[in-house]
Structure formats: structure tokens, C-alpha cells
Design a protein around this ligand. Structure first.
Ligand code: COA
Length: 174
């Protein structure tokens, strides 16, 4: 899987993504507004990539790697996964390394992933949940055309802002 935006390449994860992925996800600033958990290791990466490849084979979607075209370097990840393995609710996630923040990459990637999953993949609805203090992430959801629908609990975390995009009404921002 591979698709492009003006400045980004969004693609299936590869084993060579391990080093930049680990650098991103072990950064305390990156982890500030994410659910607490063990610090990821090389094994975490191997498990994640296997799970993502399997999900892409079985369902056509996954969390994907994002590269900046300008440098060719890995800058983050963006994609969708089910909230529960057998449930129908699909969660959109987006994570970028600190050096890439506030360049519009988050909004650009989320917009492209929504267009892809509503188009080629045929999903009907996608949601995202954000800690209210994570202003940058709330802005990304809003700028990418998602709608705030209320406060909710997911993944053992309460008080999350929930955003939704439905294929019926979602439009890419102009
Ligand atoms: C949240 C995150 C994905 C944003 O990505 P990004 O590429 O910086 O997003 P964009 O550049 O498209 O947009 C960020 C917006 O938030 C705004 N913003 C960022 N931090 C802000 C803050 N502390 N206060 C107010 N606005 C803020 C930016 O100004 C920008 O809005 P604008 O275009 O209206 O000026 C990125 O910071 C990240 O990966 N964080 C760590 C992982 C994470 O928290 N992911 C989301 C989990 S729900």
C-alpha cells in the first residue's frame, strides 16, 4: 500500500522503520498525551509491524508509515484500526516525530487517510479520541474535517474528546 499527498508518502511499514519509529515513540514529549504504558522496545516494533501487515492483508487498512518527500525520511504514522478486534468502530490515529510538528503534516496525512479509507477501502465511519489538553491533535481532527461529538472513555482513559467523520458527509478541507 502506498499513496501520496503533496508533501508526504503514506505506505506500509517496513523493517527498516524500526530505528526512527522507536526514536519517535520513546520521546517523552511525544508520549505526553498518549495513554500511559511500557516504553516500546525493538520487540514492540516487531509485534506492531506483524500485526499491521496482517490487518492490511485481512481488512485492507492499518496504521501506515509516513515519509516526508522533501527528505525521504520517516516522519510519523497515520492510519486506522478497529477499537475492538471484532467490533465495528474504527479508530483513526496520527503520530509524528517532534521535529515534524506544526508543519501541517498531521492534517495532510489525516485528510489523505480519510479520503483513502472512505474511497478505496469503503469504510462508512471513523472516529478519533484525543486528550483535551492535546490542543494540536484537536486542531488536526478539526482541520481535517472531523466533527466533535462529545466526551467519551476509550482504552481505559476517561474524559477524551471524541471526533467522528462519516463517509456520507465528510469532505476534504479546501
Ligand atoms: C498532535 C500531532 C499529531 C499534530 O501534528 P502536526 O503535524 O503538528 O499538526 P498540524 O501541523 O497539521 O496542525 C497542528 C495545529 O495545532 C496547533 N497547535 C499545536 N500545538 C498547540 C498548542 N499547544 N496550543 C495551541 N495550538 C497548538 C498548531 O498551531 C496547528 O494549528 P494551526 O494550523 O491552526 O496553526 C503531533 O503533535 C504529534 O504527533 N504529537 C504526539 C502524538 C500525539 O499526541 N498524537 C495524537 C494522539 S490523539
Amino acid at each position: 500500500m502506498r499513496f501520496e499527498t503533496a508533501r508526504l508518502v503514506i505506505r506500509t511499514f517496513e523493517p527498516s522503520d524500526e530505528e526512527p519509529w522507536l526514536a519517535m515513540v520513546t520521546d517523552p514529549d511525544f508520549r505526553r498525551y498518549l495513554p500511559p504504558g511500557p516504553i516500546p522496545t525493538a520487540e514492540t516494533f516487531q509485534d506492531a509491524i506483524q500485526g499491521r501487515h496482517a490487518m492490511e492483508r485481512e481488512r485492507g487498512f492499518a496504521m501506515w508509515a509516513v515519509d516526508a518527500k522533501e527528505t525521504g525520511a520517516f516522519v510519523g504514522q497515520c492510519g486506522v484500526r478497529p477499537v475492538e478486534p471484532t467490533g465495528s468502530e474504527i479508530d483513526l490515529a496520527y503520530h509524528f516525530n517532534k521535529a515534524s510538528w506544526n508543519k501541517g503534516y498531521g492534517t495532510e496525512a489525516v485528510t489523505a487517510v480519510l479520503a483513502h479509507v472512505f474511497g478505496s477501502i469503503g469504510l462508512s465511519s471513523v472516529m478519533a479520541v484525543v486528550m483535551p489538553e492535546n490542543i494540536g491533535s484537536c486542531r488536526v481532527a478539526e482541520k481535517a474535517g472531523m466533527r466533535f461529538v462529545g466526551i467519551a472513555s476509550y482504552y481505559g482513559v476517561t474524559g477524551l474528546k471524541k471526533y467522528v467523520a462519516d463517509r456520507d458527509w465528510w469532505k476534504a478541507p479546501t
